[in-house]
Design a protein around this ligand. Structure first.
Ligand SMILES: Cc1cc2nc3c(=O)[nH]c(=O)nc-3n(C[C@H](O)[C@H](O)[C@H](O)COP(=O)(O)O)c2cc1C
Length: 194
């Protein structure tokens, strides 16, 4: 079984509708570690040794967060800046993450239609996630399609719960190696494999 590390970042969890539910579906799963970055590091002083050790112990790294300004909340950037060190994560001697997998699990206020050339956000979500995709590539990791919850401003509770169930199913399928690389290459969003 693969071990999954969820790097969770929500700066206003008390006001969350979506991630509160998603969290409840991915906590306490076998082979899944839930690491709440804002809870651990409210002042953004990230324990680099602890975070690198966690990465070494896991095979799949999930960045779970609301989509903020077409990207992630600030602590994810801080985490990347500090934890993904030269000659550890990348560079000629940087082999620590070779072969591991990375994906984003995000929620967006806007619907999927808005993320297209005709929509008001002009580009698909996958385009906005290219910095993660290339970070994975630089660290010789495989970047997998994102799991996306769209339209959160008007979303109903039962739809959030459905996403929670799909998320749990997909995490377990990925950990059990039940989804092939071929399947992953063929989808835009991981949601399509639930
Ligand atoms: C600071 C901020 C920036 C945001 N930027 C975006 C954005 O770029 N694109 C988008 O679709 N939604 C954006 N949103 C909406 C959030 O993604 C949405 O409220 C969140 O995913 C809902 O999840 P939650 O209920 O767990 O908070 C933004 C919200 C905030 C507060």
């Amino acid at each position: 079984m693969a071990k999954v590390l969820i790097q969770f970042a929500h700066p206003a969890l008390s006001k969350s509708k979506v991630h509160k539910v998603l969290m409840s579906y991915c906590k306490n799963l076998e082979n899944v570690t839930f690491n709440d970055l804002y809870e651990l590091y409210p002042d953004m002083y990230i324990d680099i040794d602890r975070e690198q050790e966690l990465l070494l112990q896991h095979d799949i790294v999930v960045f779970q967060h609301p989509f903020y300004w077409y990207s992630a909340p600030a602590i994810i950037k801080q985490w990347c800046d500090l934890v993904l060190e030269h000659n550890w994560a990348y560079g000629t001697k940087g082999t620590a993450l070779n072969g591991k997998k990375m994906l984003n699990v995000i929620s967006c206020g806007a619907g999927k239609d808005a993320y297209s050339s005709a929509g008001h956000n002009r580009y698909p979500v996958r385009q906005f996630l290219l910095p993660f995709d290339q970070t994975a590539n630089l660290c010789k990791m495989e970047y997998w399609p994102p799991f996306v919850v769209h339209g959160t401003h008007r979303i109903h509770q039962d739809v959030i719960v459905q996403h929670g169930e799909q998320y749990r199913y997909l995490l377990q399928a990925l950990a059990n190696d039940d989804i092939s690389s071929d399947q992953l290459r063929q989808v835009e969003y991981l949601n399509e494999l639930a």
